[in-house]
Write a protein that binds this ligand. Structure first.
Ligand SMILES: NC(=O)c1ccc[n+]([C@@H]2O[C@H](COP(=O)([O-])OP(=O)(O)OC[C@H]3O[C@@H](n4cnc5c(N)ncnc54)[C@H](OP(=O)(O)O)[C@@H]3O)[C@@H](O)[C@H]2O)c1
Length: 366
């Protein structure tokens, strides 16, 4: 694992004192949550230690908001496809304010509002094994009051968003952006299907509507959510427990959807819903109560004429593009509930309840 300034500072931690929220900039100690498999109730351990100093090329970010989502469930259950290292600072979703910079930093300055990129080494181009280190996975993450980050792993936030809104961007919205723009691009009038109404899927709905697509969403609670989904740009809301691939075909005059963003591992169904020459953007192999679907019949893969593309969040360059689109169009991610930094377990419990519509956020304010 790369040398971790935050973890080094944990080892050197001075006697613990609480950080007064009124004087964050001058604080010398900080709190952070660390991956601690087996720790009740959510596999996290809270620690207090010295605030690290930014080195050359690095910035010190005072975190202002984090978010929790299904990724945290997969990490907790050790069902994550990327390497995990016990003890690292948890969480890959974080936004905050630059409060100090190290030598040679020119891309960000004190006072900048920034997002941390989920893959700090993935700047541009296709994903590669060399970029696999992920925040809150094998390197220190964002669920901390301060983080030291390479300036190349920071992107400025759109000015119209609060920190609580903006924290939806670097993981969920970027994944949706990559699904919509990183493979088979969707044209106005084509059909996009989003499965369920989680953080990634709500972003797909909003961005696909912006692209002029016909937007179809599946949900386990059509009656309760259809109104809010239509307000975000959905044209059709289908019951995910019904034969939604057949319904997609019917809605599209038999053609199928040009893009299905699959967050639930239901690839066989997604292929059945797809149009010849279309694509399944394969984002998640399980979500909520979904179990990964049956093995995909090779014949279905061939006959459908639909390609399957795995999506791994996105690069820094893609996040910059997304921020531009969000800014120009004044887009606002949906925030469901905001918890305090001392209430991370409550935030995780609320997400696990499956009752959220929009992001479950942890705020450092107040
Ligand atoms: N590849 C990547 O880069 C990447 C990035 C981020 C997330 N992910 C993955 O993408 C998936 C979604 O993450 P998220 O954080 O957006 O999830 P989330 O917010 O936890 O999604 C919850 C929603 O999923 C829906 N759902 C529940 N059970 C379902 C089922 N059986 N079938 C279909 N939908 C179901 C529910 O919507 P309704 O109640 O309305 O049905 C629920 O509101 C996860 O697998 C996550 O690990 C992948």
């Amino acid at each position: 694992m790369p040398v971790s300034p935050v973890r080094e500072s944990c080892a050197l931690a001075a006697p613990v004192t609480a950080v007064p929220d009124t004087d964050r900039k001058a604080a010398s100690t900080m709190r952070s949550y660390h991956l601690s498999p087996g720790a009740a109730p959510f596999g996290l351990a809270r620690r207090e230690h010295a605030v690290p100093e930014p080195g050359p090329g690095q910035a010190l970010v005072r975190m202002r908001a984090n978010a929790v989502g299904f990724r945290d469930t997969l990490v907790r259950e050790a069902d994550y496809p990327l390497p995990l290292a016990e003890g690292v600072v948890a969480g890959c979703e974080g936004v905050g304010e630059v409060v100090a910079v190290g030598a040679g930093v020119s891309g960000v300055a004190e006072g900048d509002r920034v997002a941390l990129t989920v893959f700090p080494h993935w700047l541009d181009g296709p994903f590669a094994v060399a970029y696999a280190a992920q925040l809150g996975g094998s390197v220190d993450g964002a669920l901390a009051e301060y983080a030291v980050v390479a300036e190349s792993a920071l992107v400025r936030l759109p000015g119209h968003l609060s920190y609580e809104e903006a924290v939806a961007l670097p993981l969920g919205w970027l994944t949706a952006w990559n699904a919509l723009t990183g493979g088979r691009r969707v044209l106005p009038g084509e059909t996009v299907v989003a499965l369920g109404t989680g953080g990634v899927s709500l972003a797909v709905v909003r961005l696909a509507a912006l692209a002029g697509a016909r937007v179809v969403v599946t949900s386990g609670d059509v009656a309760g959510k259809a109104g809010r989904l239509r307000a975000l740009g959905a044209h059709h809301v289908l019951d995910r427990r019904g034969d939604w691939p057949a319904e997609v075909r019917e809605l599209t005059g038999g053609r199928g959807a040009e893009l299905v963003v699959d967050v639930a591992g239901s690839v066989a169904e997604s292929l059945r819903a797809g149009a010849l020459g279309g694509e399944v953007a394969y984002v998640g192999y399980r979500v909520g109560d979904a179990v990964t679907g049956p093995p995909v019949d090779a014949r279905l893969l061939f006959d459908s004429g639909v390609g399957v593309r795995g999506v791994a969040v996105g690069s820094r360059a893609q996040l910059v593009s997304l921020m531009g689109a969000v800014e120009v169009h004044g887009l606002r991610p949906v925030v469901d509930r905001v918890f305090g930094f001392g209430e991370v377990d409550g935030a995780l419990a609320w997400h696990a309840s499956g009752r959220a519509f929009g992001r479950v956020v942890v705020s450092h304010e107040g």
